[in-house]
Design a protein. Structure first.
Length: 198
């Protein structure tokens, strides 16, 4: 169901109403089960239709950690209460949601971590033998690269030949480089910057 993030309240309201119309039409089909991929506006639109259909919800990140108004949290709680299954990519994210909507989701929670294609990383098998840690992500506060660097400084105390490779870029990168310098592990950390998917 298309729902872009258009600028302006009028345009966004139009898109919400259009999404509602499409969903109402689609739900006339005899779907036995619905997968809601993101606890955002489309989930709210789905809930507003009051469709008597079994469904699951997948939570991903900003739909939980972002700043939502009180009424959005009330709707999210209702959606979670009525879901058969809630899928999260971490226990931590599920815990944040639980606190924000004040509802225990453990009984219906399934944690499925973000996967990787192992075929693409066959060449990295030697990295394990060589005590190399590889991390990939955007350098933003919530990703916790500062925590990784502090933990790596502890690893180095036991394995002085360990290395850390970090791929990614963002506003926290300079701070992380300074932290590595301060902890005396800058020489064992390689900051690759932004890397292509290819």
């Amino acid at each position: 169901v298309p729902l872009g993030v258009s600028h302006g309240k009028k345009r966004f309201l139009f898109e919400l109403l259009n999404a509602r119309r499409i969903l109402r039409r689609e739900m006339k089909n005899k779907y036995e089960f619905v997968s809601i991929q993101y606890l955002g506006y489309l989930a709210t639109v789905f809930a507003s239709l009051k469709i008597d259909r079994k469904y699951m919800v997948s939570i991903h990140g900003m739909d939980v950690t972002g700043q939502q108004s009180k009424w959005v949290r009330v709707i999210q709680k209702k959606i979670i209460e009525n879901a058969l299954v809630v899928i999260s990519n971490s226990h931590y994210l599920a815990h944040i949601l639980e606190k924000k909507i004040n509802y225990p989701i453990q009984t219906k929670l399934q944690v499925i971590w973000n996967g990787i294609c192992l075929e693409r990383y066959k060449a990295t098998e030697n990295l394990v033998k060589d005590k190399v840690i590889v991390s990939v992500g955007r350098f933003v506060y919530k990703k916790g690269f500062d925590i990784l660097i502090k933990a790596f400084a502890d690893v180095v105390k036991k394995y002085c030949d360990a290395k850390l490779i970090i791929a990614g870029d963002g506003p926290e990168k300079n701070k992380c480089e300074q932290l590595a310098e301060k902890l005396g592990v800058r020489g064992q950390i390689e900051f690759l910057g932004s890397v292509s998917n290819k």
